[in-house]
Structure formats: structure tokens, C-alpha cells
Design a binder for this molecule. Sequence first.
Ligand code: ARG
Length: 705
Amino acid sequence: MTESIRFLMCPPDHYDVDYVINPWMEGNIHKSSRDRAVEQWQKLYHVIKDRAIVDFVPPQKGWPDLVFTANAGLVLGTNVVLSRFLHKERQGEEPYYKQWFEENGYTVYELPKDLPFEGAGDALFDREGRWLWAGYGFRSELDSHPYLAKWLDVEVLSIRLVDERFYHLDTCFCPLSGGYLLYYPPAFDSYSNRLIEMRVPAEKRIALEEPDAINFACNAVNINSIVIMNKASDSLKQRLAEVGFEIVETPLTEFLKAGGAAKCLTLRVTEPVLDYVHANQPVESRTIRIEGHLLDAGIMNQALDLVVENGGSFKVLNFNLGVERQSPSSAEVRVSAPSHELMEDIMTELIEIGAVPPPQEVCDVNTEVVTQDGVAPDDFYVTTIYPTEVRVNCEWVKVQNQRMDAAIVVGQTAEGLSASCKLLRDLKVGDRVIVGVEGIRNPRKPESREQRNSHQEFAFMSGGVSSERRVELVVEQIAWELRKIRDRGGKVAVTAGPVVIHTGGAQHLSRLIREGYVHSLLGGNAIAVHDIEQAMMGTSLGVDMQRGVPVRGGHRHHLKVINTIRRYGSIAKAVEQGILTKGVMYECVKSNVPFCLAGSIRDDGPLPDTEMDLIEAQAEYARLLQGAEMILMLSSMLHSIGVGNMTPAGVKMVCVDINPAVVTKLSDRGSVESIGIVTDVGLFLSLLIQQLDKLTRPYHLVQTV
Ligand code: ARG
């Protein structure tokens, strides 16, 4: 017997399954046999008693789960952090455990109300005493972990449970002596698995398969080289034997019905800890402020959900509900995350939905200086499409050239402080780049409810597949917008793929250009080749556009066309010489609409106009997009995605594609101004022309059509 090892147990006199607070209890209410439970408990007790000292907390009528003493609290030395149960079904156990600890000379620490922590069920010491593994996700709250670190003076590693069958850490995780770890990896999120892998070398990790996991093989009591558990497969026995452990099986099936087994039924009150281990816990907290129609626009839910989904936790410090229909609400929320890295991820997303640091909290963003051309500091802030402001010298400075996927460079110009988006490749040694997420905000214009609703109207196509009637309605709105933009001298850009030509859209797009609705055209080599093929030879990729059938020798047409344009030197020159007389490219030349053909992967060309230097092409795209109020994205996934990324929020994007996935990808940028339309692009363009025609007729005629 090892004198120095002690456990606390509670005889199962009043044990039963009386309620359901975990998935194991479902369907098991009053289904466990008291006699068998007593017998199984006794056996476990004897197995342990042969190897350690066992103390008892007296059973209490009406508290059936009191047998699971692992949930009494977490003990280290003479200190104990008392459990605060999540479920009211177990909260009544707290005073009994507290009494036992106090009577036995422990210093009892109690967590604030509403901050659940379920003791050693969710907190397991490394058996070498190097640190404490603390679980959260179901029963214990992440925010309880800093208290553990402080009160017990240990390093706490927070890991997140994600499978509700393994709702307590000790159901799927069991540190063993010698630094070994028995665990079930799928019960944890990927961040936690990474953390586990960083702390426990591969040769010491014993990962279970599901059948052992659901037999509660991780819910084991480890005393030196003995591992006591409900049941183990032969392969598990063998694996543990290989590294020097002996499994003692003792059936605990009656307790499994309540979601517990060997480890749950015991609390080790003598835990090892190394002298040099001290409080350290990477849990970080920050306060954010968020404003707007928090409830009716769902912003509050969105914010809190994203915190939790990313493995964080929160405390709402205050919430001022806007009482009038138009008055915005505001809230301050303290966000915590298990590590700096996850905190930054969470903050990045919160900033995107409009969260800001509380006033005066941050006076300056963090910056680092670029030390290699074209390479940002590691932790650089990645920009979004949303208007951004950054804190410099206690002032909010608006970021220039807003676009996504860039870094922000801060500097001093003649006019004062400046901040602007810069692509990685444009960074120069000495540039001061913002790192981290502190002091950054994406301020939103407080929308009135009415504005919000009208946006929704405009965006009502974005989710799901559109019926024909809906397409017509949306096209009507787009026609109206196009008309307004043209009449006020605004700018519309079009990205188009060759499908526009194949589906018979060339004549319609040509008209849009001719009538002044389009101010720049972006695409690849293909749109121009197919357009010119159609204009010059009547086919598109060899298919006769009038009859819809392939033409003999038609597969050579596009090459002939490329060759012809190459002979004249450029599309514009072919137009000038009267060789090219119609089509999309022809109209661009005639109406002085600038275009950029960005590259070609096929080696059949390219056209002389095609820009084969992609960096040049990207720069040209950016130039052509400057100031655009609306972008029509016509069946060109790659060019459209490229363009979408270069475009700040606020620009209306209309994405048309027959493939719903493309439309969803493009219209789903969280900005209300994007519409996705799932339809044939040729059809869309013809509808658009019809609608524009309607608009140009006098009002009384419109009414009669
Ligand atoms: N029915 C109990 C509950 O759901 C079982 C507790 C098991 N204890 C444990 N340490 N895993 O709380």
C-alpha cells in the first residue's frame, strides 16, 4: 500500500439515475440496479483500498450523483477549489462537499456565482506535477481557469471538449505516470489537440479508438503503474502493457448509466506538484464595445456565438437596450480565450462585425517594422473589405485604399498621420506595419431600420436558388440602379467570362457598352477570343451561334482569330482597319471603355492585348475598379473572386452564374450590397436589356406594357 496516496469516495447508498444532464443518462432514469451498483462500487473500493487510503464523504438522500466525488472540487495540497455545478440538479451537493473539506482542514476557495467549474471531473493534473489540464466546453466555464491558476499556483492548460458524450474532461482524458497520456482525440477541438501534441510527445500519447472510449476506458484511476477502469479491449491492454502499465478491470456498468465510471467515483486528494511550478495561465481577456441594433439585427447573438464557436468565453459587462424603434443599443463584453492566438482570431472576427475597443483603452496600434521587402511581420493584421480606422497617437485614423488581404502601413505624411492598405508584395524595408488586433475598428454607419430593410430588399436574392419570377424582380432593380448610376455619371465595372458569349449574351453586353452603362471590362484572354470569334466567324468555340451546332473545322476558328488579331497588332488596330466590326471588344474600342485581359493559361494565344504579367494585370484591375459603384460579375468565377477581393464594402456586386456554389461564394461576403443570381448569364443579360428598354420609355407607356 502506498501510504501517501489518498482518495475520497462516497458510498452509493442513494445512487440512482433520477434526471438527465448528460447523454448517458437518457433512457436510463431508474434503470440502474441499486444492488448491482453497490456491488460494483464495493469492488472498485477494494481495488483502490489495496493500493491507497480511502476517505468517505457521507452519502445524502436526494443527491444521487454525490457518489461522483471527482466533482467535489479540485484539490492541491491543502487548498481546494470547490465545484460550482452547472446544473441545478447537482448544485445541492456543494455544501456537503464543502463541509467535508472544511472538516478535514482544507482551505476552500469558492468561485463567483454563475461561473461553473466541476472540480476534478474537468481538471486533471499531469501525473508528474508539471501542470494542470483544464477542460471546458460543456460543464466548466473557461473563465474559471484563471482562478484555478491563481488559487492553486499552477500552470493551467485549457482544452476544449466538443463531443457531448465526453462532457467532462475525465471521460476522455487520463494523464498517467511517467508523462503518458491516455485520451480520445476526437473529443477535443483542433486547437486543443495541437496543444496536447505540443506538451506530450508522440511516444507518450496513447490515443483510444471509439469502442474503448465509450466504455469509459479514459475514466481510469492511475496509481503508479496500475490503471483501474471499467473495461479495456485487448489491444488497449497490450498497448499499456508495452509501456509498463497493468490494467485492472472492474465493471462499473451501473454507473455508466449516469455517465460516470472509475475516475468519476473517486477524488484524488494527494496530487503531485513540482516546487518550481507556479501560476501561469494563458487565458487572455479583453473588453470590447459593440453598438447598433444589437438585438433586432442579431448582432449580439452573432458576436457571442462567434466567441464561443472559436473556443472563447464571455461576460456581458453591461447592455444598454435602445428603447425606441430607431435607437441603437450598446454593450460592453469581456471576451476571454484560452490563448493569445485564439484571442486574436476571435478579435479579428469581432472587429469585422463592428466591435471596437472601449473608449480610451488603446492609444496606439502595435506596429513592427518591415525588415525584408515584400514580407510582413508575422503577426500582421490582415485587412477586410470594411472601412477601417486605426488608433495612432490616441486618434482614430481612417485607413486609405481599403481592400481585403492587405497589411496596414502607418506613417507620417506632410498632412499628418496616415494609414493605408498595402499588398504584401509592395511592402518595403522600413514600412511600419500594424500587428495584432488592438486599436483597430471597422466602424459601421448606424443604419436606421428602414435603410436596413431596403438593403435586405436589394439583397433578397443572396441566399438560395432564385426562381424565375424572383430573377425578373431583381433584374428590374439592377436595371434601375444601372440607369441611376449612368445618369449621374457614376461608374460600373463588368467582369465577364467566355460563357457570356457561349450563352448568346454578346449582343446584350455589346449594347450595354454602347449605351454607356459599362465603364470598364475585366476578364481573361478567353472572353475576348470567343467574342471576336463570334464577331468574325459566327461561332463560339466552333459552335454556330445561330443554329447551335458545331461547324466543320470550327475548332480551328479561335486560333485563326487569335492569329488575325496578332497580325494587326491589337484589338483596337483590328477595329481601326475594319477587320473587327462588332461584338463586345469592338464596342469597348469604339466607346473608349478601358478593358484588361488578365492572362491566359492556355497556350493558344495570347491575344496581343492580353497582359501576361499577372502582377501588372492585377494592378490594372485595381486601377479600372477605382471608384466603381457597381460591379456586374458575369459567369467568371476566378476573375470575379479576384475582383471581389480588391473591392471595399459598399460597392454593389451582382454575381450571375448558373452554378449556385459560385454565386454563394461571391455574394457571401457578409456585405449587404451583394446579390447572387443563379441563372443562365445570356438569359440574364437579355432580361436586363428588356428592363432597361422599359425604363427609357416614357412613363405612360411603361404602364401599358
Ligand atoms: N451524472 C453525473 C453528471 O452528469 C455524472 C458525473 C460523472 N463524473 C465525472 N467526473 N465525469 O454530472
